[in-house]
Design a protein around this ligand. Structure first.
Ligand SMILES: [Zn+2]
Length: 464
């Protein structure tokens, strides 16, 4: 099927669902090289409209604005947002009904549940406009690598919802129509990679979308076998932190640039890297602010989504961290820049002596050591005084790799002042989260363990 034909079929399929992707795409792509002033003006105007809508139609915000004595006209631009309190995940979860706009009929709303890999799942609602911007927004990102509408996109997403056979069949048809080459990331291993390779060679997508952990495993597997997937113009990574070594291996295996993309279920398009490797915010989709740094020095990201009017997220603390970056990019785009850290709070490791370490600390120790022959790893703190280091062996795993892992374990135990035992375990696979994301460092220890220092009933000297 030719590109033009595929494009027409895809657009027709969306149009049948009441979603006008083409119209939206042309609008979005036309903004790529807007001047900084143009962006500022557009964003401030979109924000004013959203705030007015929230006050008039969304009960939760009406009450919130009244409680802090803010009128919609007081918010003239992003700088005035500080007058409104931040919306936490817990608040959103407890107020789902009151966060829905009353002027949008319920039958037009589509529920989605966030993956919950970073905490408890949250159900949120979107409408056709959100679908339109989500799809067209992806297209705008893909254009950065030279992709053209109508070309196929391959994605390693999580498990497809199981269901009746007709339902699964319908999904397969929809993917085909939309030009999506679906690679099931659930429990991917040797056999699946072989199937994926055959699929990629047969269907020839030009873009690959993947989680960095999964994509780089596939990339290493391809390089080990001296296999290549011809025709990929760009790899887009998302949902996990992209480490330099994963970026390098992806670029090498697929022979193209890697673009890191940032978005969440609540606010779909936040930022995407350009060909110069800078992460540009989409001011027509979101206002990005940062809050006070947490105890580990990471500023939380606060997002105001400008597209979803059905269930608006105004100053939402999404659970990731990052910072805004000054200066201009050489690529010619004048949209603002940011840097992403994504150190989710649930990934903080807490120990009986009251000390806390970001999960990144463990990941860095591991990657600094650079283990050849390790296919996948995960640090998992299941008890305050116990951490699993799970390792999936790759082809090049040698006895020496094993010895170096043992040494790393001892080094980490030393670093964390022997507060926990690190236990090395080899396994055939590591459970992915339901969405297929890999979690490199997770902890079940959510509250600081009771200790002399942390117990509020005790005095500063530790005595009751
Ligand atoms: Zn740029």
């Amino acid at each position: 099927m030719g590109i033009q034909w595929q494009r027409a079929v895809t657009l027709a399929a969306w149009w049948a669902q009441g979603v006008h992707v083409a119209r939206c795409y042309h609008r979005l792509v036309g903004r790529e090289f807007w001047a900084a002033d143009q962006w500022r003006e557009f964003q401030a105007d979109s924000l004013r409209q959203l705030v007015r809508h929230c006050y008039e139609n969304v009960p939760f915000y009406r009450d919130r604005f009244d409680a802090c004595r803010v009128r919609p006209q007081d918010i003239r631009g992003p700088e005035d947002l500080l007058r409104i309190p931040v919306l936490t995940k817990e608040e959103a979860r407890a107020n789902i009904e009151r966060l829905l706009a009353r002027n949008i009929p319920r039958r037009r709303l589509k529920p989605t549940t966030t993956s919950g890999s970073t905490g408890k799942p949250l159900t949120l609602y979107t409408d056709a406009r959100v679908s339109e911007y989500t799809e067209a927004g992806m297209w705008r990102d893909f254009v950065r690598c030279g992709w053209e509408p109508g070309e196929k996109v391959a994605g390693t997403w999580g498990q497809r919802p199981l269901g009746s056979l007709p339902r699964r069949w319908m999904h397969a048809v929809c993917d085909r129509v939309a030009g999506i080459v679906y690679l099931d990331a659930w429990c991917a291993g040797e056999r699946e990679f072989e199937q994926w390779l055959a699929k990629l060679k047969a269907q020839r997508p030009t873009v690959l979308v993947c989680f960095p952990s999964m994509g780089s495993r596939l990339a290493r597997w391809l390089m080990d076998r001296q296999e290549a997937v011809p025709g990929i113009k760009g790899v887009f990574t998302t949902a996990e932190r992209l480490y330099e070594y994963d970026r390098d291996v992806l670029a090498q295996a697929f022979g193209c640039r890697v673009f890191d993309f940032y978005g969440s279920q609540e606010v779909r398009h936040v930022a995407c890297q350009c060909e110069k490797g800078q992460m540009h915010i989409f001011p027509d989709m979101v206002v990005v602010e940062t809050g006070e740094p947490d105890e580990l020095g990471h500023p939380p990201l606060i997002l105001t989504g400008l597209v979803n009017w059905a269930m608006p997220f105004l100053r939402y603390q999404v659970g990731d961290s990052g910072s805004l970056k000054q200066g201009r990019c050489d690529c010619g785009r004048e949209s603002p820049l940011m840097e992403l850290q994504i150190t989710r709070l649930s990934d903080v490791f807490r120990f009986p002596n009251g000390k806390e370490y970001p999960g990144q600390y463990f990941i860095h120790s591991f990657s600094r050591a650079g283990f050849e022959g390790v296919e996948l790893f995960q640090f998992h703190q299941d008890q305050p005084d116990h951490i699993w280091l799970r390792v999936v062996k790759g082809r090049k795993f040698s006895p020496e790799t094993g010895q170096r892992l043992e040494a790393l374990v001892r080094e980490i135990e030393e670093q964390i002042e022997r507060q926990a035992r690190v236990e090395l375990a080899y396994s055939d696979g590591i459970d992915q989260t339901a969405s297929g994301k890999h979690c490199f460092a997770r902890s079940n220890v959510t509250k600081p363990p009771a200790s002399a220092a942390a117990d509020p009933r005790r005095g500063k000297d530790g005595k009751p």
